[in-house]
Every structure is written in structure tokens, then in C-alpha cells.
Design a protein around this ligand. Structure first.
Ligand code: ATP
Ligand code: MG
Ligand code: MG
Ligand code: MG
Length: 559
């Protein structure tokens, strides 16, 4: 490709508005341009790299039996009502109406749509297991879009969904996916770690996040050097406090709250009024300040409430009031600085047999991150695990590092198939709900994560596996005919075996060199004064000095 025909609007000055290194570098090297907050145009270099990342992801998905589909972006409201997420997804779901006033969402994820697709086609276990995937634009109205492509409101995701008749089959695909993800992130040259993650409103330890290690990561990873333990801090809760004895836990009866699916219904069950669905309900669960904060539009799943949760509704409050309340609480150890309240995940808390604290890690809905959205050491008897402490597996000391969530694998179980009545005939001829898994990779986020870890003070350097071009040919002086002729010839020859970017622009050599370092292709070949003697200067992106090479020897030199 001739650079004169490319569109790489590099900048001389470092853009100051960008908050992360990858964001600055991608703006500076002419890779992206912002259209609106969290919404970016991908320019040619970016598109080439994204294509390469997608090729790797496709290859690995197909290697484990995934079949590619392309699902609609516009999702009818009715589907999302079936799963209960039209309400539960809250403000992150982008909504719009068509000319007939019918409501739609712009897909942030595709569980509903894919379940709807396959439930009409699959009627028997004999058609299972099945894994479908797509690579597509997703929309999420993030509260804090930032860091360029790392957290966008419109971004590219690979999402896969698998369908199974039994746990064993789901387990197998989950492990295949886990291994495929490990291969993908290795091929992308990311320094990553798979960590146990919090199941959020689904619960259980059936999910892993893949974290690219980076100081700007929004997640904290807790790990041990003496065992395999690695978990998101949201999952790595501090050991069960002694003040709640096992006896007490055993004795605490479970109160069934059948049919309670929403906060509204919970309010009815507790005989309190909660009229506005967006209002927040604050519940005092017992004397030791166990606060439960539930938002009116939140979905609950088959809540089983332990008796010590038996609650008295103390208020309907605004977010600010809740934060103030949490800070004033005698059991609160640290300042709560949430700009959105930390919602308790009712079910997870109940399953873990823990008393609950509203601003406790792990006990809130997905998408509220410790540190990013709130800061607190804990509440009441509970606190977050500290560095140096013993971990759940008995190993230690706990170590912390920061990570960027580049992917997640998840066993969904029957959450969607039950809500959306997706059943097949099993081996015994009985109708059985299908087990599902879902698996995401943030394609555009991955690109930023690679830049975040592959740069020096001059610019980016691309891993060979995804580099937009292999070789950058630069003419030092476009007025010299021998130089241009040599470069043209070289370009023709090298193009047969390599992806070549040829800087044929009528720019000063200094400008070309600076752009070249910024764009960061693995090999640079400068055609300059030596051209008349058949000599060019070759330099690897990370090498300090270039080497003079005879054009005749170039092919051996490059391999
Ligand atoms: P986060 O915790 O960062 O908000 P998430 O857990 O909400 O991410 P998932 O629903 O697990 O995201 O989506 C699958 C993958 O999509 C994530 O692992 C991440 O790599 C990517 N992703 C999620 N949100 C964004 C975003 N706003 N911009 C870019 N990539 C994203
Ligand atoms: Mg999110
Ligand atoms: Mg997450
Ligand atoms: Mg996730």
C-alpha cells in the first residue's frame, strides 16, 4: 500500500485530552477519531489491525466447533421483557422507537436474540451441543466511557453462545473456550491472567475473566504466588468473620419468597409501598447495620432470603442520600464515594450465607467496580481482602495487580432458557430446559490493551501476529530518481511476500521517520543515498541503529 493513498492523519503534538497512553498514542498515530463521547471512527491502520485480531479470534472459535452468525443489532423490546432485562439492564441499554412507536434496544449483548433464534429451531437433544458466535458492534450507554477504545459506548465484541443438554457437555465447551481464549490472548502477545470472577446476579463460581495486566486496568486482581489462586477482588471476599458463627448461619432459616422477581414484588412481599420503579429502596436487615439497597428497576432472581435478612424498609432514598447514609453508618470503615450507589446482589449474598453490607464487594450488581465506582474498606464485620492476607484457598500472601478485562467466559445455566421457555426433548423423551454458556471478547478493547503494553517513547510497536503491515519502506528524498526508482522496485518485489507500506509521500525525511516510529511496523527500510550502490538501511522497530544491507541480500536478512 502506498502511504500517499492511505489515510493516517498523525499529529505532531501529543493530544492532551486523552487520559491513557493507548488513547493518546492511537490519536497521535492517526488511528482513531472521536465522533461523540465513547464513539470513535476507526481509521485504516486500526481497521487493518482489527481485521487481524478478528482473523485470530475466528480461527480459534472455529477450531473448537463454533459456527459464525451475524445477529441483528436492533432488538424488539418484547424479547428483553421476556428475560426481564428490559427493566434490569437499566440506563446502559440504549433504547429507541420506530415510526410506529414500537420500542427497540441497540444490542449490548445477545442472549435474548440468540435464545429466540435457536428455541424455534432446536427441539431435540440430538441437535446439541451447539456453539454459535458473531463479531459485531455492541452498544452500551456506559456511565463513564473513557480511555478511547478501552471503554466505548459503541464497540466491537466477539460473543459466543453455547447450548447443552447436560452439565457435562457445558463443562466441556466451557473448558474448550477457556483454552481457546488462552491461545487467542497469547497469540495477541498480551500479558494476561485468567481469574475467577463474581457471577453477579447469576451467582456461583462459573465464570472467569481474562485480564490483560496493566496499571490503568479498572479491575483489581488478587493472586497468590504460592498457589494457582487468582480472582477478581470482587470475588475474593475476606474470610467469613468470626462474629457470625457457623451455628448461627445453620440456624438461620431460609424464608422462601416465591414469585419475587422484581424489587416491586419484593416491596409487596414486605408490605411496603414502592411506587416509582426508579426509586431506591433501603432496607435495614438487622441491628448490626446490614443495609440492603435495591433499585426499583432491578431484577431479582428467585430470592431466597435468610432470616437474618428479614427486613424492615427504612427509606426510599436518592443515590446521594444513600451515599451519605453509608458514610454515616457506624459500621462503615471507609469513605463511600460512589456517584452511583452500590447495589446489593441479593441472591449472591443469600447463596453465600453472608450477612450483607450494601457497599461490600461482590454483593452488588454487575458493572459497579470497586475503586472505579466506589471506594470503601468494607462495612460492618466485612471488609475487602487486603494485600498480604491469607486467601480463601489457605495460600498467601494475597498480592494485588491491575487488569483490563479483555474477555469473559460464563456458565449461564438455565437462566435464559427458563425465562424464555427454551426446552428440548431429552434422552427420556421429556422436555428439559437447555443449559447455556456465553463467552465474550472485547475486540476493540483488546486493540487498546495491546497498544497499552506495546509502545516506547517514540510510538507503538506491533506484535507480528496483528501488525497492519510487515515492512515500512521509506524514501529519504523523493527528488532523487535513483532513490525513487529503487524504492518502487523494492516495493514491487517485497509486496509478493510481505504486507508493505511504502512511504512515497513528498514529505521531509524527518517527518517520515517520526511517523514511522509512531505507527510502529516491525521492520523499516530506508532507501537513501546508498541506493546508487544498491544499499538500503534496515532497522527493526525496537533496534536503536539501522544496518546497511545490500538489496541482493535483503531476502535472507528479512527472514
Ligand atoms: P466491564 O466490567 O469492563 O464493564 P463487562 O463485564 O460489562 O465489562 P461483558 O458483558 O463481560 O463486559 O462483555 C464481554 C467483553 O466485552 C468484556 O470482557 C470486554 O472485553 C468487552 N467490553 C465490555 N464493555 C466494553 C466497552 N464499554 N467498551 C469496549 N469493550 C467492552
Ligand atoms: Mg460493563
Ligand atoms: Mg466486568
Ligand atoms: Mg464481563
Amino acid at each position: 500500500m502506498r502511504q500517499s493513498q492511505m489515510f493516517i492523519p498523525t499529529m505532531r503534538e501529543t493530544p492532551t485530552e486523552a487520559e491513557s497512553l493507548s488513547h493518546r498514542l492511537m490519536l497521535k498515530s492517526g488511528m482513531i477519531k472521536q465522533l461523540a463521547r465513547g464513539i470513535y471512527a476507526y481509521l485504516p491502520i486500526t481497521q487493518l489491525v482489527l481485521n487481524n485480531i478478528q482473523d485470530i479470534v475466528r480461527e480459534e472459535m472455529m477450531a473448537i466447533g463454533g459456527a459464525e452468525v451475524h445477529l441483528p443489532v436492533l432488538h424488539p423490546k418484547e424479547l428483553w421483557e421476556e428475560s426481564g432485562r428490559w427493566q434490569a439492564y437499566g440506563k446502559e441499554l440504549m433504547r429507541l422507537k420506530d415510526r410506529h412507536d414500537r420500542e427497540f434496544a441497540l444490542g449490548p449483548t445477545h442472549e435474548e436474540v440468540i435464545t429466540d433464534l435457536v428455541r424455534d429451531e432446536l427441539k431435540s437433544y440430538k441437535k446439541l451441543p451447539l456453539t454459535l458466535f458473531q463479531i459485531q458492534t455492541k452498544f452500551r450507554d456506559e456511565l463513564r466511557p473513557r480511555f478511547g477504545l478501552l471503554r466505548g459506548r459503541e464497540f466491537i465484541m466477539k460473543d459466543a453462545y453455547s447450548f447443552h443438554i447436560d452439565e457435562e457437555s457445558l463443562d466441556k465447551t466451557y473448558h474448550d473456550m477457556y483454552d481457546a481464549y488462552s491461545r487467542i490472548f497469547s497469540r495477541l502477545d498480551l500479558d494476561f491472567r485468567a481469574v475467577e470472577a463474581d457471577g453477579g446476579s447469576i451467582g456461583g463460581s462459573h465464570t472467569h475473566e481474562f485480564m490483560a495486566l496493566s496499571d490503568i486496568g479498572e479491575d483489581t486482581i488478587v493472586f497468590s504466588e504460592t498457589s494457582d489462586y487468582a480472582a477478581n477482588i470482587e470475588k475474593a471476599v475476606a474470610p467469613k468473620p468470626e462474629s457470625v458463627s457457623d451455628e448461627a448461619l445453620k440456624d438461620s432459616e431460609t424464608i422462601e419468597t416465591p414469585n419475587v422477581k422484581t424489587v416491586k414484588e419484593l416491596a409487596d412481599f414486605l408490605s411496603v409501598n414502592i411506587e416509582e420503579t426508579t426509586k431506591t429502596m433501603v432496607i435495614k436487615a438487622d441491628d448490626n447495620l446490614k443495609m440492603i439497597v435495591l433499585r426499583g428497576d432491578q431484577e431479582l432472581n428467585d430470592v431466597k432470603v435468610k432470616s437474618f435478612f428479614q427486613a424492615e424498609v427504612i427509606d426510599m432514598a436518592t443515590d446521594e442520600e444513600i451515599i451519605a447514609e453509608l458514610n454515616a453508618s457506624p459500621g462503615s470503615l471507609g469513605p463511600v464515594k460512589a456517584s452511583i450507589p452500590v447495589y446489593l446482589d441479593y441472591q449472591v449474598a443469600a447463596m453465600r450465607n453472608y450477612p450483607v453490607g450494601a457497599n461490600q464487594t461482590g454483593y452488588h450488581t454487575i458493572n459497579v467496580n470497586h475503586d472505579r465506582d466506589f471506594q470503601a474498606e468494607g462495612i460492618g464485620d466485612f471488609r475487602f481482602i487486603n494485600e498480604g492476607e491469607m486467601l480463601e484457598d489457605g495460600s498467601g500472601p494475597a498480592k494485588f495487580m491491575r487488569g483490563i478485562e479483555v474477555g469473559q467466559v460464563f456458565k449461564l445455566g438455565t437462566k435464559y432458557s427458563e425465562a424464555m421457555n427454551f426446552k428440548v426433548l431429552d434422552q427420556n423423551g421429556r422436555q428439559a430446559p437447555v443449559l447455556m454458556g456465553c463467552y465474550g471478547i472485547g475486540i476493540s478493547r483488546v486493540l487498546s490493551a495491546v497498544v497499552e503494553s506495546h509502545h516506547d517513547d517514540k510510538g507503538i510497536y506491533w506484535p507480528k501476529s496483528i501488525t497492519p503491515f510487515d515492512i515500512h519502506i521509506i524514501t529519504a528524498n523523493t527528488k532523487d530518481e535513483t532513490i525513487t526508482e529503487t524504492a518502487e522496485k523494492l516495493y514491487d518485489i517485497l509486496e509478493e511476500d510481505y504486507k508493505v507500506l511504502y512511504d512515497d509521500r513528498n514529505e521531509r525525511a524527518g517527518v517520515k521517520f517520526a511517523d514511522s516510529e509512531l505507527i510502529g511496523l516491525p521492520v523499516r527500510i530506508v532507501v537513501g543515498r546508498g541506493a546508487k550502490d544498491g544499499i538500503v538501511e534496515v532497522k527493526g522497530r525496537l533496534e536503536e541503529a539501522s544496518t546497511e544491507v545490500n538489496i541482493a541480500d535483503l531476502s535472507t536478512y528479512l527472514t
